[in-house]
Design a protein around this ligand. Structure first.
Ligand code: 4NP
Length: 160
């Protein structure tokens, strides 16, 4: 089993969108029994809360359901449990590396490193912007999800 954890600041905009998009992709590819997905925030600000309604609306427009997701905070144990710990921006990565045991630091990566064609390193925080920001963020996440699956297939699931 391969385990993937998506991480942002609040776990209500970017990382739940990534979890929703990526789990939909692996379901469609018949890989839901091979890959586990989860998401969390570096902050404790929204623990227990649902995704932001603008993220939920953008995802619904694209056929992705986020309604079952609830925010939680990163925990040290996550670095042992998840092979992929994917931060949305540089600030997320800095927080993750500060918390992560040295032997697990190679598990921590920028999510957009799986989508070089997007031409940027960070998925920008859409929280203080308009609906347009959520649409752009969704497109970046969609691209990186495909690249991530290609990486998992080549490294771990060469039989699929
Ligand atoms: P996220 O966005 O990290 O993509 O979930 C944010 C959500 C909430 C806040 C900031 C960013 N906040 O300031 O509460």
């Amino acid at each position: 089993m391969i385990r993937v954890l998506f991480v942002c600041l609040g776990n209500i905009c970017r990382s739940p969108t990534a979890e929703g998009v990526f789990r939909d992709l692996i379901r469609r590819e018949g890989l839901a029994d091979r890959i586990v997905t989860d998401s969390c925030g570096t902050s404790d600000w929204h623990i227990g809360g649902p995704p932001d309604e603008r993220a939920t609306a953008e995802a619904a427009k694209r056929g992705i359901d986020l309604s079952d997701l609830r925010a939680r905070q990163i925990h040290r144990d996550d670095f042992a449990a998840f092979e992929y710990v994917l931060g949305m921006d540089d600030a997320n990565i800095a927080k993750l590396l500060a918390l992560c045991p040295p032997a697990r630091q190679d598990r921590v990566k920028l999510f957009l490193s799986f989508a070089p064609e997007v031409g940027r390193a960070d998925v920008p925080d859409p929280y203080y912007g308009g609906a347009d920001g959520f649409s752009k963020v969704f497109d970046m996440i969609d691209a990186a999800s495909k690249g991530l699956l290609a990486d998992i297939r080549s490294r771990h699931l060469s039989d699929t």
